[in-house]
Write a protein that binds this ligand. Structure first.
Ligand SMILES: [Zn+2]
Length: 491
């Protein structure tokens, strides 16, 4: 009988992106097992993974950013769940970030902090929904998927933020029927929302008419499309599954009133929810450098609001400035205090940064270091070309990052090939999807081959991957979260 992991329920847990499952699973699972952790495995459906059809297509047929790990949905789900069941570990197999977006290049640019105001056309929307449904189909066909995260933040209508109250009122009237308007207002207007924190804090919120109209206009498209995907998943799954909504990929932080509004609306249209990811002020691949007390207070309020709807917070953009320092000093502690550890915490890209740093650490002239230099050179050349021809990845930020690296090397303030150079840290993932004339992902293949044939590299990767995972587990007190799982997890 094939072992299939059941959805463990919404328990606090770490989530790890298994971009190259061939080399990451051993170390991560060692750490999960050692600490009695039921953890998540996943990949982002909008960026990191894609259906087999896309992964196997000839070079150039799809954007390079689409499924950029070269790992298909079927592959990571099958490999992840098999490795977990072999290790006798409980794993939540997640379809992360099903993104409703016009182009996957737009989605990856958000990682570096470039937010394009993309107004997606009806045709693009339809195409994106179809693509996401096909991804869900492939995930379900493996029989092991048990959690989903939807990200429809591209559908937030940010233009409403600049409108006057009068303009908002007119727009609200045009956008909704009389009945809809009445219902939307009645759910939140003239209400006092009271929340109590675990240390007896009392938070009170009320929304005025103008806020409700503004939030309705801002969020309604994203809520409706998310519900559409949710209904699709529900109709196909026919067994319990976890559901998460991502609100975080925006320039601005998510306000408490906005979270409150969103959850109220989501509940009113009949969706269930296990996790929600507001923007708490984290930037991807950067340590958090803001005020820790403010962060703690902000997250505490968001967590209390979410929990009153039976929902836990999920923290996205969890990777910091290096593979060794979490999200920066004191951050895990602040999150623990704010949430009592009742969170999901996601990391993914940091594992690839770690692998590249390991390769870079070998002496000059070694096969490992040479592979690293090849990865670095080809990434650099590719990005320069993108800038020159105004490719999809071109942006002002990228131009700055590239010229900052060049200047620093010229001035001797940075060593050539520094794996911590920003342009490289933010874009090196592309190397896994560089293809040769036969369509092979020669760099990705080479890394896997090293792991399979070079014992010392293999051991070093396992050890460092385990340590990185354990730092996260230790930092956020996830150890022994298996105790929360009711019933046995195998069906
Ligand atoms: Zn996110």
């Amino acid at each position: 009988m094939r072992k299939v992991t059941r959805y463990p329920g919404s328990i606090p847990h770490p989530y790890t992106g298994i971009r190259i499952p061939e080399i990451l699973l051993t170390g991560i699972l060692k750490s999960y097992k050692k600490h009695g952790v039921a953890g998540g495995f996943g990949l982002s459906f909008g960026r990191e993974t894609a259906p087999e059809k896309v992964i196997k297509a000839p070079r150039g047929e799809y954007e390079i950013t689409q499924g950029h790990t070269g790992t298909s949905i079927k592959k990571y789900l099958t490999m992840g769940s098999e490795a977990a069941s072999e290790a006798n570990a409980s794993a939540e197999m997640e379809a992360d970030h099903l993104i409703i977006v016009a182009s996957s290049a737009t989605a990856v640019k958000r990682i570096a902090g470039v937010y394009e105001e993309s107004k997606i056309s009806p045709e693009q929307l339809k195409k994106s929904i179809e693509y996401n449904k096909a991804e869900v189909d492939e995930a379900i066909s493996t029989g092991v998927i048990n959690a989903y995260t939807i990200d429809a933040s591209d559908l937030f209508d940010l233009s409403v933020e600049k409108l006057t109250d009068k303009e908002i009122e007119d727009k609200f009237k045009k956008a909704f029927s009389e009945n809809e308007r009445k219902e939307m207002l009645s759910r939140c207007l003239d209400r006092k929302f009271s929340f109590y924190g675990t240390h007896n804090q009392h938070y009170e919120y009320s929304l005025d008419k103008s806020q409700i109209m503004r939030f309705s206009l801002k969020y309604i498209d994203s809520i409706r499309v998310t519900k559409q995907i949710y209904d699709y998943i529900k109709s196909k799954m026919k067994r319990p599954f976890g559901f998460e909504i991502s609100l975080d990929e925006t320039f601005e932080k998510t306000g408490e009133e906005e979270l409150l509004f969103y959850l109220t609306e989501w509940k009113s249209i009949g969706g269930t929810l296990d996790f929600i990811a507001p923007n708490v002020g984290f930037k991807k691949r950067k340590d958090f450098r803001g005020n820790l007390d403010e962060l703690e207070e902000r997250v505490a309020k968001l967590a209390v609001i979410a929990r009153s709807y039976g929902v836990l917070l999920s923290i996205h953009s969890g990777s910091g400035s290096s593979p060794y320092g979490g999200k920066g000093r004191g951050i895990y502690k602040a999150l623990l205090k704010a949430t009592e550890g009742k969170i999901k915490y996601k990391i993914s890209g940091v594992y690839i940064e770690l692998i590249f740093e390991i390769l870079a650490s070998y002496p000059a002239g070694s096969a490992e270091r040479s592979l690293y230099e090849q990865i670095f050179d080809e990434t650099y050349a590719y990005l320069l070309e993108q800038m020159e021809k105004g490719g999809k990845l071109a942006s002002k930020l990228l131009r700055e990052q590239l010229s900052r690296y060049k200047r620093a090397v010229e001035k001797n303030t940075r060593k050539p090939y520094d794996p911590r150079a920003s342009f490289f840290r933010f874009n090196s993932y592309l190397a896994l999807n560089f293809r040769d004339s036969k369509g092979r992902r020669y760099l990705r293949d080479k890394i896997v081959e090293f792991y399979q044939t070079n014992e010392r590299f293999h051991e070093k990767v396992d050890r460092e991957v385990e340590k990185l995972t354990s730092r996260l587990i230790g930092g956020l007190n996830f150890a022994n979260n298996e105790r929360f799982i009711k019933n046995s997890q195998v069906i």
